[in-house]
Design a protein around this ligand. Structure first.
Ligand code: Q46
Ligand code: ZN
Ligand code: ZN
Length: 310
């Protein structure tokens, strides 16, 4: 197979686009598409300080790399969750982040949860067996990312979510007809409170395979193992189902996502806004919450990040 652009030997075949490309033209196209998404959704400009949530996986490291390469004002933020699971998950992912920082000279701040709060994700899992690990971990990550953004002068938090992640979430929300989540799902979520940063997903239209190839072609080393707590997660089952559909009919994921976004624009945005509970300030940390004490302070305790960081 030959590259559609230069006619040299193709190294990638994107079935969903029926497009064969050499390595160089694949990278060029990938970056062009991502930059187009950033502009289309007005996610941020090259001057805006952007905080990139980094996990040590391919998606987040690749998005940080691409933005830095194109002159965006980025900083990575990695939370060491203290997860081991017999594979040293957090220590390996932290090593990957440190090696990335060293290799490319892109700054990443490391936030060690256990050291700062005397508590890591496995402690939460142990003490609160009735709660799902990923839901507690998600609360901690979302809170700390937002806290870092609003206290560090970043208007937006970027994550590496790719098309496969977005479509799996969309599939789950659709199965539950969760209209409130559906109305808020998309590549960009603007801020709705002065202490709440906007959220942006520049890879929302790029498949997991494309992101992996982009990372490999650019010499980005990343953690291959899944987090041990992810085992059995519904999102993994949804991804398997969607992969089967994609295999039979290439382009299904992209169509499903694009058509959902058009539907959201035309139909969901016209619905009367659902009464969202009003936001107030957490009496412990002062961050926005709908309750007296926010979910992070209830989980992690009375020490706020500002207290432990100073
Ligand atoms: S890190 Fe945390 Fe994820 Fe592990 S415990 Fe779940 S949410 S799976 S992306
Ligand atoms: Zn080419
Ligand atoms: Zn709080």
């Amino acid at each position: 197979m030959k590259c559609r652009i230069c006619r040299n030997r193709a190294q990638v075949h994107l079935r969903q686009h029926n497009l064969a490309l050499c390595r160089e033209h694949f990278v060029e196209r990938f970056e062009r598409e991502v930059l187009k998404t950033i502009r289309k959704y007005r996610m941020f400009t090259p001057e805006d300080p952007v905080l990139v949530a980094v996990s040590g996986g391919k998606d987040s490291l690749a998005v940080l790399y691409l933005l830095a390469k194109h002159g965006y004002n980025v900083r990575g933020f990695y939370i060491d969750l203290g997860i081991d699971g017999g594979i040293g998950y957090s220590s390996v992912s932290r090593e990957k982040v440190e090696a990335f920082q060293e290799k490319f000279g892109i700054p990443v701040e490391i936030y060690p949860l256990k050291l700062r709060h005397d508590l890591a994700i496995p402690d939460l899992v142990h003490h609160r067996r009735q709660q799902v690990p990923c839901s507690m971990c998600g609360t901690v990550k979302r809170y700390l990312m937002n806290w870092k953004a609003v206290t560090g002068g970043f208007q937006v938090v970027v994550t590496g979510h790719n098309l496969d992640d977005e479509v799996a979430t969309l599939f789950g929300n659709t199965l539950r007809w969760d209209v409130r989540y559906l109305a808020r799902q998309g590549p960009y979520l603007p801020s709705n409170h002065p202490r709440m940063a906007a959220k942006a997903k520049p890879f929302a239209f790029m498949s997991e395979k494309e992101v992996a190839l982009y990372a490999i072609f650019n010499g980005i080393d990343y953690i291959r193992d899944e987090c041990p707590f992810a085992e059995g997660a519904k999102s993994i089952l949804y991804k398997e189902i969607l992969n089967t559909l994609e295999e039979r009919s290439p382009g299904t994921k992209l169509r499903f996502y694009r058509e959902f976004l058009a539907f959201r624009e035309k139909v969901l945005s016209g619905l009367p806004a659902e009464e969202a509970p009003p936001l107030r300030s957490c009496t412990v940390c002062g961050m926005p919450t709908t309750l007296e004490v926010c979910a992070f302070c209830r989980l992690v305790g009375r020490k706020t990040p500002s207290e432990v960081s100073s």
